[in-house]
Design a protein around this ligand. Structure first.
Ligand code: ADP
Ligand code: ADP
Length: 237
């Protein structure tokens, strides 16, 4: 469902962040991308919803080459792709429920975004998403009053209420302590399994990748240098 065909990306400053990447990711897979800082992990993830645009090759999502998409179709694609970031990207002074409803905004019509009104259905889905992450009791708390782990769970709930086909998580646990990191990885895995959402997660640490990934992609210097199961990583190292 996601296919990179000989994809390269050179930034305007001349840095070649992706070099001839070939990859196929199937529906429902839980893929972890590992590699040192600067290896190209973020660029790989961000190219999948065209936050950055590859300079060469083809990038197919559900059969559609997203490199040629114009604005309207690109917005349509992005609605079905949930993004999770290292620093949560919440509206800090807004309540938890408002932050989660922002995910519905991405999904529902632009009229709503103008009126800033939400239907009962929107609210129900937002509440249910928070329930699934076990933080429904925080619904009226301001985002900046929550712990890091709770904020990341809110950001996952926001993505869930967007009803995505794909979740892209760029270093989602890099700001969290180890126990909280494991909890967040478990949450992501659970959602992946229950909703069959194709999930791609960037991680710094190989041990964490081995614990959760169906498949590990190793990157170095803009290239894919490893692609296999956790078991094969052990054998390769
Ligand atoms: P990683 O996520 O593995 O740390 P990145 O994809 O962030 O790797 O970066 C890959 C390379 O591209 C690095 O050399 C980085 O400095 C460079 N890079 C990342 N973003 C930009 C940008 N917006 N403009 C120019 N160079 C960038
Ligand atoms: P990462 O966690 O991906 O390694 P960085 O700390 O390297 O992120 O980069 C933070 C931000 O700066 C990102 O938005 C990245 O795209 C941008 N960036 C990284 N390297 C460069 C660069 N050489 N020139 C311009 N922007 C860059």
């Amino acid at each position: 469902m996601i296919e990179f065909k000989n994809v390269s990306l050179t930034y305007p400053n001349g840095v070649e962040a992706l070099k001839n990447v070939d990859l196929k990711i199937n529906k429902g897979e839980f893929v972890v991308v590992v590699g040192l800082s600067g290896a190209g992990k973020s660029t790989l993830i961000r190219s999948m919803n065209r936050i950055v645009t590859p300079t060469d090759g083809e990038l197919l999502i559900e059969g559609q080459d997203i490199l040629s998409l114009k604005n309207k179709k690109l917005r349509g694609l992005r609605k079905k792709i949930g993004m999770i970031f290292q620093d949560y990207n919440l509206v800090k002074r807004s309540t938890v429920i408002k932050n989660v409803l922002a995910g519905r905004l991405a999904y529902t019509s632009t009229i709503k975004s103008i009126l800033n009104r939400f239907s009962k259905e929107d609210r129900k889905l937002a509440y249910e998403s928070l329930q699934r992450l076990g933080i429904e009791d925080k619904i009226y708390i301001r985002a900046d009053q929550l712990s890091g782990g709770q904020q990341q769970r809110v950001s996952i709930a926001r993505v869930l209420s967007q009803k995505p086909n794909i979740i892209l998580a760029d270093e989602p646990v890099a700001s969290l302590d180890p126990p909280t990191s494991h909890q967040v990885m478990k949450d992501l895995k659970k959602i992946n399994r229950e909703d069959h959402i194709t999930t791609i997660v960037n991680l710094h640490f190989i041990d964490m990748a081995m614990e959760y990934a169906d498949r590990i992609i190793g990157m170095r210097d803009g290239k894919v240098v490893f692609d296999g199961s956790a078991k094969n990583v052990t054998e390769a190292t």
